[in-house]
Structures are given as C-alpha cells and as structure tokens.
Design a protein around this ligand. Sequence first.
Ligand code: HEC
Ligand code: HEC
Length: 229
Amino acid sequence: MASLTPQNLRDRMHSLNKMRGLSTLLFVVALLASACNHDRHTEQATTNGEEIFELCVSCHGPEGHGESMFNAPAIAGLPEWYVKSALQKFKSGLRGTHAADISGMAMRPMAMSLHNDADIETIAAYVSRMPKAAPAATMEGGNAANGKALYAVCAACHGAKGEGNEQLKAPPLSQMSDWYMMSSLEKFKSGARGSNPKDIEGGQMRPNAVALADEQAIKDVVAHIMTLK
Ligand code: HEC
Ligand code: HEC
C-alpha cells in the first residue's frame, strides 16, 4: 500500500467518493436512518450493547473486524478500558478534531451520538467481548528485523508481545491491522493525533512516533508488530 500521509488519506477518500457516487450517498442515508432509529431507542434508555453496535457495523463491519475502505480499524476484543477512553476522547474532541485527522473526524460524530456514559460503558463492554480479528499483512516493504530493534522502546509500554498495559493506558497492538497502525503512527508523528495538551495518553505516545525517523522506520516497526500475532 502507498504511504498513508493525511494527504494520501484525503486523496483516497476523494477517489473513493468519486468511484462510489450513488452507493456512498446510499450509505450515508442508511447511516442517518440507523442513527434515527438509535435515537428512538435511546429515548427508552438503551441498555443493550447489541443494539448500540448496530450503529457501528456500517464502518467497523458486522464482527467489528474493521473495514479498510472506510479507514475503520478492528475494534472487536479491544480492552474495555481502551474502548471507553477512545470513545470519550472522540466525544469530548481530544481526538478527531485536528484538521488533518480525516478518519478521526469520520468517527467523532458516532461517539457524539452516544448520549451518556452508560451507553459508552455498555458498548465498550460489548465490543471488548467480541472475538478478536487476526488481520493479515497488507503492506509491503517493511523490514521486520530493523523493526524489531525499533520496537524495544515500544515494548516498555505496549508489552513485548504487543499485549498492551492497562496501568500505562497503552492499548494492545497485536490484533491491529498494519494499515491502521501506519495511519495512527503517521498521525501521532504529524500531530494530527495526540497534540491536544489535555490528551495525556496521546501526549505520552506522540514522542515515540516522532522518534521514528521516517516512513520507512514506521513501516519497519509495523512489519515487526505483525510478527507478534
Ligand atoms: C462512519 C464510519 C464509522 C462508524 C459508523 C463508527 N466508526 Fe468507529 N471509527 C471510524 C474510523 C474511520 C476510525 C479511525 C479513526 C482514526 O484513524 O483515528 C474509528 C475508530 C474507532 C475507535 C478507536 C479504535 C482505536 O484503536 O483507537 C473506536 C473504539 C471506535 N471507532 C468505536 C466505534 C463504535 C463503538 C461505533 C458505534 C457506536 C463506531 N466506532 C462507529 C469510523 C466509524
Ligand atoms: C510511554 C509509553 C508508550 C511508548 C513507549 C509507546 N507507546 Fe504507543 N501508545 C501509548 C499510549 C498511552 C497510547 C494510547 C493513546 C490514546 O489513548 O489515544 C498509544 C497508542 C499507540 C497506537 C495507536 C493504537 C490505537 O488503537 O489507535 C499505536 C499504533 C502505537 N501506540 C504504537 C507504538 C509504537 C510502534 C511504539 C514504539 C515506536 C510506541 N507505541 C511506543 C503509549 C506508548
């Protein structure tokens, strides 16, 4: 896959939109319809994770295994504490508000449509219990051996096997798609993610992405993480 700079992401979205034309429109209509349905349900106090998850399927897929066409990562089996934290960040605007964060801006309204903390807790618990994806590599050109040396720093927070660390608020990486890790690391490096001073965890992560010298270094470390599965 080509490099995932914000500009490329934008170009990709544009060509997607051109290509898909009517189907994109239908998709948006379907999304709005499901959002309206959801609103009706929440008036009766939503307590059902399955019901809330209907709102997520259109982008994250029926099993929550992600959909690269929408830049939507796999979320199934992410720890409850991380899903909760991510949704709260999108909702409050600590994530998904930077002008260069196109995919974050696609997610933000979805988090905003979750009306209260109870809904966020319900969907976080539900998503965390869904079986994890085991995404195959989609990228070429990463040198996993170089990446292994680079990963030594990352392991301090994300764990030797990419299993994550709740105390340090570092999510697991071992079930993540390569394209999503590329995109996230590029965003942390450019400041599209993690540069809001109130985003504590993003601020802890950011210098590590900045320390990755270039796109090749990012590809290398991602290639290594793909071997940890
Ligand atoms: C319109 C498409 C869309 C819908 C619908 C959607 N999402 Fe997302 N979601 C995204 C995109 C795109 C991202 C990636 C944002 C990024 O790159 O930072 C994302 C990211 C996330 C993340 C962060 C994952 C991570 O590893 O940091 C979580 C958690 C999440 N979504 C949960 C949900 C839930 C729960 C729902 C349903 C209530 C939902 N999403 C609905 C598009 C969507
Ligand atoms: C000081 C601890 C720390 C170190 C070292 C660290 N990270 Fe992180 N990383 C975090 C935290 C905390 C987050 C969660 C940020 C958030 O909540 O938005 C994160 C998030 C990420 C994400 C995004 C995950 C997602 O689901 O969106 C990726 C990818 C990532 N780190 C990769 C790396 C790589 C690769 C390295 C080494 C080059 C590294 N990290 C080093 C703490 C760290």
